[in-house]
Design a protein around this ligand. Structure first.
Ligand SMILES: [Zn+2]
Length: 95
């Protein structure tokens, strides 16, 4: 096996047993109180229910981001909408 394996067998979806397909996905999580979006993450995606899994190598690389906050600080930023859910429900669901 070469160190730069082009693809990986993700097996089947834990939720619906559909074979997972390898795709580049966008993953987001919170790092030190900031929402961080990570684009072009290689993952296994369920074509049936949309569940996503990453292999161990990619998982460790993602976790490594926590150790390099200076990199996260330097990358481009986007602004995202923040919904106050109770206000939304008040205005649109109970209207
Ligand atoms: Zn599934």
């Amino acid at each position: 096996m070469t160190p730069h394996t082009p693809s990986y067998d993700y097996g089947e979806c834990e939720l619906c047993d559909t074979p997972l397909e390898e795709r580049d996905v966008t993953q987001d999580f919170w790092i030190r109180g900031e929402l961080v979006v990570i684009d072009h993450v290689r993952a296994g995606v369920c074509p049936q229910c949309g569940a996503k899994v990453v292999n161990q190598e990619v998982g460790e690389q993602l976790l490594g981001l926590f150790e390099h906050p200076e990199y996260v600080t330097a990358v481009p930023r986007i602004s995202v909408p923040v919904v106050m859910f109770d206000e939304y429900v008040e205005r649109y669901v109970h209207a």
